[in-house]
Design a protein around this ligand. Sequence first.
Ligand SMILES: [Zn+2]
Length: 173
Amino acid sequence: MLDRLPVLIDPVSFSERGKRLSGKIEINKLVRLSGLLLENAGVVDIDIAFEKEGRLSTIQGGLKANLKLECQSCLKEVTFSIDRDFKLGLVMSLEQADELASDCEPLILESEKISLNELIEDELLLALPDFPRHDYDCVDREEVLQTAEDDNNEQINPNNPFSVLAKLKNTGD
Ligand SMILES: [Zn+2]
């Protein structure tokens, strides 16, 4: 059985011990994120390592999740897969943040212990698209279906919305 993930982590101490955490976090435990989702079932898979680079403590690793968002084109559900790698440098101030290497995002520590869920939630929120959309032309497809329904209502074409097209093609030759 997997070890349970800790609720609070002490990232500086973890990095000194070279600790690694992997496991699953339930999406419905992430309140800010859940508010943006159509459905909050499922889990986030995380695998992160706490390390030292010289005097700098870092957290690096990855997270994976499938999130149910609302497509901004058709307002229906779209599944957005996140597979994000990140590297955070632990700093105490904005000045220290400015000194970090460019491959490292700053995580400003305001207390010794921080919430693992909030850390992961922040990374997920950063990975969300501003305008989630289906990767196909969902609105046009919607119109085709709507037209087909209209045809049905007029009883021109009771079964197959494409049979009209097929007929047109056949007689067009
Ligand atoms: Zn859509």
